[in-house]
Design a protein around this ligand. Structure first.
Ligand code: AMP
Length: 710
């Protein structure tokens, strides 16, 4: 059996499938088993058997609660699911099942086999909705060639006439979504200029107005709430949609509803219906206006209705006369309706795109626009000779409907913002980059979609973890962001020398407030860690045995003060200890210069005995408060009684990362000082003591901390 590629308009309410015929140079819409071009996007799952389309819609009409419709607008929403026959289904699963059955029906009706498919989505669909659509197609066993925006698809089908340059506005009001797209069409080239929309606004909202009206009338007449009767409610939904469609051709109709033994009969008029739904229509006008504003901003000159050459209506809901009336009022001219089938135009463009995906170019046979124009002006209806147009895949340049940003700390470092990287209406397939200097092991980037600066108003696309950076130093990392041709976000990263890093997307279930709370916690922890790491603790041990009296203790105090002066006391905390027979703290972890001087002045001979019986390192090295750079500076002028205990303690302290400087004057044992010191012990003349302490201070700065301490 012949394998073909198709375009699928997976609509909220109706779907259509089409294929491009190379032989004919045009698209053929593939009929379903009911002989129709469009198949209702309704699914019924009843006791293990699945029905879609007309059959499912009939079940819905008869009140079967095991039916689902309008699930498309819930695509990608992990909080939404339908319970059918006791089982839970996501919109993606329902779409997958629906597509599988639709494709089966099309295949058997048309005796064809289907290979690849281009599936259309509203231009306003975000990343999650697009990805969910791709997965739904794959679940249905389709090779998804591409995801394409519905309005762009409509322009491909409608606009490629080879005529002169024009700006086309596509007004696409379907069953559940609204999109407005403006594109510049020049010969075979299509450049989408801007797009806007609301994926929660569509024909179903117009239905809802009638449904609510009937519910209210029924309640006031019989005191019965139809909401309490699920089957009757399903029936009412179908009847109101039918009434709405009728109002497109007649001025009034009657909706009858039976519920709880009562029969209600209500007349609805088009005039009332138009009044009650005006706010919905107005919402579409506002979206068109903001589309114009965006183009004006991008082109730096005013852009409005007068720059539009043609308005094309797409989607079943544009059959409502109120839409055409509104276009005439705003635009001053009627929209193009001739030769356009609003139900199949999107599938037609998708079928052309499917062929473009596999062949890269297509040759299309169209009516000559030049001869069509001359026929129009002469008022004759002479048949026009068709022309052929060759269209290349690269002729179609689509844009993105949403800005892409990342969660970033605001410049005040107090709040988080959505820092925009790719602006809305930027061309797809064009990468944008951000550079970071980073020294950690994992760079985490939260990617957001939305226009607002406030991240709470944006969609979270995912958390991308970038790893594989060199461990040794700070790396320059280039993170690349891209909307691919499906409008799906891609993030990757490389080093500035081009080496590609690993970037994985973690689908996060965290809410924005959870993410921000966690980032704040991590930031605080990192700050505390940095603070902890930047603190330096020094124990300054001064021998106060009898031999230190006179000049020695005076010089020791002077040298100790000079030592203190060398440091930035915001970071350095000093304990001053005098020792002889015992140790005594003159101050503990002090960083106030005045108090430190006072403590040093307090160091005096015979404070704690006459001899060198104490082992000051042994008794104090465990008294540092934290795991930061720690230093012991010992000044002595004599021989200590218990050198071996002190040496063992010094070895342990050094093994624990403590740096020891031993300074000797007078009768100090230089060899012993070397044994307890991290480097070499120093024995100096008393006149050199201050200079030696200053040298020790600068050694602490460069060797222990690795930078200046001032
Ligand atoms: P689509 O998603 O493009 O198939 O559009 C389907 C929507 O068009 C549904 O909400 C239908 O109720 C609506 N629709 C179809 N025909 C008409 C009509 N004649 N008048 C008003 N709405 C219509």
């Amino acid at each position: 059996m012949k394998k073909i590629n198709v375009g699928i308009d997976l609509g909220t309410t109706y779907s259509a499938v089409a294929t491009f015929s190379k032989e004919l140079g045009r698209v053929q819409v593939l009929k379903n088993s009911y002989g129709k071009d469009c198949t209702p996007s309704v699914i019924c799952i009843d006791n293990g058997s699945i029905m879609v389309g007309e059959d499912a819609k009939n079940e819905q009409k008869s009140g079967n609660v095991n039916t689902a419709a309008f699930y498309k607008s819930m695509m990608g929403d992990s909080n939404w699911s339908a319970f059918i026959n006791g089982q839970e289904y996501s919109a993606e699963e329902l779409s997958g099942l629906y597509l599988a059955h639709l494709i089966q029906d099309i295949k058997s009706t048309n005796s064809i086999d289907i290979d690849g498919a281009v599936i259309t989505v509203p231009a306003y669909f975000n990343d999650k909705q697009r990805e969910a659509t791709i997965r739904a197609g794959q679940k249905a066993g389709l090779k998804v060639l591409k995801i394409i925006n519905e309005p762009t698809s409509a322009i491909i089908a409608y606009g490629l006439t080879g005529g002169k340059e024009k700006n086309v506005l596509v007004y696409d009001l379907g069953g559940g979504t609204f999109d407005v797209t403006v594109a510049n069409v020049n010969g075979t080239r299509i450049d989408v200029l801007a797009t806007n929309g609301n994926h929660q606004l569509g024909g179903k909202d117009w239905d809802e107005t009638l449904i609510n009206q009937v519910k209210e009338k029924f309640y006031s007449e019989f005191g019965v709430s139809i909401d309490d009767h699920e089957e009757d409610l399903k029936e009412l939904q179908v009847k109101c949609e039918e009434a709405k469609k009728l109002l497109s051709s007649v001025a009034s109709t009657i909706i009858t509803i039976q519920c709880d033994g009562y029969l209600g009969k209500y007349t609805v008029t088009r005039e009332d219906f138009n009044d009650q739904t005006y706010s919905l229509l107005y919402e579409t006008i506002l979206l068109i206006k903001s589309c114009f504003d965006e183009i004006s901003e991008a082109q730096n000159r005013p852009f409005g209705w007068n720059n539009i050459d043609e308005v094309v209506l797409v989607g079943g809901s544009t059959r409502m006369p109120q839409v055409k009336d509104m276009i005439i009022k705003e635009y001053g001219r009627p929209p193009i309706t001739k030769d356009i089938n609003v139900d199949t135009i999107v599938a037609t463009g998708a079928a052309m795109q499917a062929e473009l995906c596999v062949s890269n170019s297509i040759t299309l046979t169209v009516a000559s626009s030049a001869s069509a124009n001359s026929a129009k002006s002469s008022g004759t209806s002479m048949p026009t000779a068709p022309i052929t147009l060759t269209i290349h895949n690269s002729d179609i340049q689509d844009i993105t409907a949403h800005s892409l940003g990342m969660l970033a700390l605001a410049s005040d470092e107090k709040s988080y913002i959505n820092s925009i990287i790719i602006r809305k209406n930027s061309k797809v397939n064009e990468p944008f980059s951000r550079e970071y200097t980073f020294s950690g092991e994992k760079l985490q980037v939260y990617v957001l979609q939305g226009e607002a600066r406030d991240p709470y108003e944006c969609d979270i696309i995912g958390a991308y973890s970038i790893t594989g950076m060199p461990k040794d130093n700070k790396s320059k990392i280039k993170v690349n962001f891209l909307y691919n041709s499906n409008g799906v976000v891609e993030v990757n990263a490389c080093l500035d020398n081009g080496i590609v890093l690993s970037s994985t997307r973690e689908n996060t279930n965290e809410t924005m407030s959870e993410i921000i709370a966690r980032l704040e916690r991590e930031k605080k922890e990192a700050e505390e860690e940095a603070k902890r790491k930047s603190r330096i603790e020094i124990m300054l041990m001064i021998d106060t045995s009898g031999s230190m009296s006179g000049n020695r203790i005076r010089e020791a105090r002077r040298a100790a003060k000079d030592f203190v002066k060398e440091f930035d006391l915001n970071r350095v905390f000093i304990s001053v200890i005098s020792f002889a027979d015992r140790s005594q703290y003159k101050c503990k972890w002090e960083n106030d210069e005045r108090r430190l001087y006072h403590a040093i002045d307090d160091v005096d001979v015979n404070d704690v005995g006459y001899c060198n019986a104490e082992t000051p390192i042994n008794n104090n090295y465990k008294k540092f408060t934290r795991d930061c750079p720690r230093v012991i500076v010992v000044l002595t002028d004599g021989y200590w009684n218990d050198q071996s205990t002190e040496e063992t303690a010094a070895d342990r302290a050094k093994a624990d990362g403590i740096i020891i400087y031993g300074i000797g004057i007078g009768d100090a044992d230089e060899a012993f000082l070397s044994r307890i010191s991290s480097g070499k012990g120093k024995k100096v003349d008393l006149s050199q003591l201050s200079a030696t302490f200053k040298e020790v201070a600068s050694s602490i700065a460069t060797e222990v901390v690795g930078n200046s301490l001032k």
